[in-house]
Design a protein around this ligand. Structure first.
Ligand SMILES: [Zn+2]
Length: 280
């Protein structure tokens, strides 16, 4: 049997107050991680500060949230040697990386590219997003992704003695959220970290608000009745408004009129229609 481990990591970064080569660079200043065994028990931790090279001034937001100061950072090692230590700590076991949302993965990739150290996380064989798992478990819809502290509170995890917004403690709280919410469904959230994973990560969802765009299937823009489930009849033209389309609808079954708004998004897996209705 293959030895399997989970690694949960979290980063703090300095979102610089001046652009570098035209864009703001989220420079990592701390890596924290927890290794979990197959039963999700913590077995080891990793915690390092990183001396910045691109932007030596910490933003006031970062200072306030993390309480990391300039002196601590100037005594730390640079990104390259710290990342090398992190890879060594991760080891060679089959690793499922677990993070809270995909944000930290994206920031780590950006830092690797910035330092010309490749464009993939070599220690990661599989990936799972705990935020997505917890959100679905709590029955929240896609637009309402809970923050880590909020989710921990809902799950009844005490964070009073934790240093939230510090990498190691955030990784530990993420691990506790996973353990608390865990059931077998989690296994279906684990995806291979293959080329498709990186393409999906880099994909930026776009809102389509040009009614004549050929990607839009008009028949899929019509909502069904929230009361009886019948397909509604559209009783006015679609009018573009705030990057969405408004129209009136009617349910013959319930004899009810609705105002509707349909937002069309191009996501990695295809076109998504987000439909909202207000009864009149
Ligand atoms: Zn109806």
């Amino acid at each position: 049997m293959v030895f399997m481990q989970y690694i949960i990591f979290d980063l703090e970064w300095n979102n610089g107050n001046r652009p570098i080569k035209g864009s703001f660079f989220d420079e990592i200043i701390e890596i924290g991680a927890v290794r979990l065994d197959e039963r999700l028990n913590p077995v080891d931790t990793f915690s390092r500060l990183i001396k910045p090279t691109a932007n030596l001034r910490l933003s006031s937001l970062v200072k306030r949230l993390t309480h990391i100061n300039k002196d601590e950072l100037s005594n730390a090692k640079h990104f390259k040697p710290v990342y090398a230590d992190f890879l060594k700590w991760c080891g060679l076991a089959e690793t499922t990386v677990v993070t809270w949302s995909t944000m930290d993965i994206q920031v780590l990739l950006k830092n690797l590219v910035f330092h010309k150290m490749g464009d993939a996380l070599e220690f990661m064989h599989h990936f799972a997003d705990v935020q997505q798992f917890v959100r679905e478990k709590l029955g929240l819809d896609a637009g309402r992704s809970p923050g880590l502290s909020a989710a921990a509170e809902i799950l009844g995890i005490k964070c009073d003695d934790m240093d939230m917004h510090r990498a190691l403690d955030d990784a530990i709280v993420t691990a506790k959220c996973l353990k608390s919410a865990y059931n077998e469904d989690f296994l279906s959230f684990i995806k291979p970290a293959d080329s498709d994973f990186y393409k999906r990560l880099a994909f930026k969802a776009k809102v389509i608000f040009d009614y004549d765009n050929r990607l839009i299937k008009k028949s899929l823009m019509v909502p069904s009745c929230p009361c009886c489930g019948l397909m509604l009849k559209r009783s006015s033209a679609f009018t573009p408004r705030s990057k969405a389309f408004d129209a009136s609808f009617f349910c013959g079954g319930c004899d009810t009129h609705f105002n509707g708004r349909v937002r069309v998004k191009q996501e990695y897996d295809g076109i998504v229609y987000i439909k909202k209705l207000n009864e009149l």
